[in-house]
Design a protein around this ligand. Sequence first.
Ligand code: PLP
Length: 442
Amino acid sequence: MPEAHPDSKQTIQDNRDYTLFSWSAQAQTNPIHMVGGQGSHFFDGDGHTWLDFSSQLININVGHQHPKVLQAIKDQVDTMCFAGPSFATDVRAELGRKLAEVTGLAKSFFTLGGSEANENAIKMAKLYTGRDKIITRYRSYHGATMGSMSASGDPRRWPVEPGIPGIVRVFDPYMYRPPMGGSAEAWEDGCITHIEEVIQMEGPHTIAAMLVEGITGSNGLLIPPDSYYPRLRALLDKYDILMIDDEVMSGFGRTGKWLATQHYGVTPDIVTCAKGLTSGYMPLGAVIVNQKIADHFENHFLAGGLTYSGHPVSLAAAIANLKVYEEERLFEHTLEMGRHLGQRLEAMKAKYACVGDVRYIGLFSVLELVRDKATKEPLAPFNGTSPEMARLAAHIKSRFVYAYSRFNFLWVCPPLVVTKEELDHGLDVYEEALALVDEMIG
Ligand code: PLP
């Protein structure tokens, strides 16, 4: 058991007095004082051990404080802490080569995180094609910088509206709730024919790219039907529109593969990634482009890059992190744990009235909660909360399981190193919470 921190309450107060927390009205923040972690757990200032069922922001894939990643960071700090982005470095060469190998693409442009990766992907697509518009999906999140926030489709974009020009949005492969009504079977076809209609009405010659989350994460984990990506890829090819695959959340092992789109046998033109690239140990993102786009920038100016782009310590952390995935066979483990998780989620759906749908792939999963299974009325309104969702979250928290919930969704996304016992413990706590909700909606 970790020891209690002598000044934990004061530390929380100082955090609140002197810093601003993201995505919050400050008066409503209630931060946990985090003092350390190990594997699937982290420790708070009161001496409690928490099961991290959300891998922080669905990023700490190799778990907390993995010794091999820590050692690589220390070694790089001792060797060379900084090199400007125009210098050649050993780590830049090694990570670039590795990312080309695992994605099947050609060259990487390094960024500080996912939002900036999407900014640059949008910019590169526009520079490469000479076209202005980008298609995105309504239930997508692509980041919190100006361009990526306005490219997002969910309510998090509203504060920056009208945002950058040229964003055109389409509906999602949300098979539990087809956005235009009708059956899931009909929507499997409709969600592609609808995109073609939008392309034709916008003018194919004006559209540079379509930006999609490999598997939509923070808007309810939307797993497309198997035909979706092959059909989308063919559609975009028909009109010479690039496919940008945002794998910031769904990539790097979360679904048991390097990229979620690899489950569907398609290769995007551009991949953006961050989170699981370093498991959060250092800030890093990447835009990985195919050979044609890479060739274009041989003789065309690539306008972009920051002082810290390609930071050697971040690159060293990524290289070590990717080695951990392979050496510890973490993707295989993810798929094995994912099978168990899937069985338990299906059992929960059968047992609890409030579980309308469960969606899972690898260790990327969600429960979609409803008031009534027959009508599918959500347990909380879109972009809102409800007493039932608040009760659910409070119960899980009181049992020191750290969970991500939003609207009527409750995610299960533990680190990829999670054991079966840890997984079962967290799911048992979820079941206690679901039983409480069932009593409330009785
Ligand atoms: N894209 C997706 C799919 C994400 O889930 C996120 C963050 O959650 C981002 C982009 C933004 O990444 P970052 O927070 O590293 O800027």
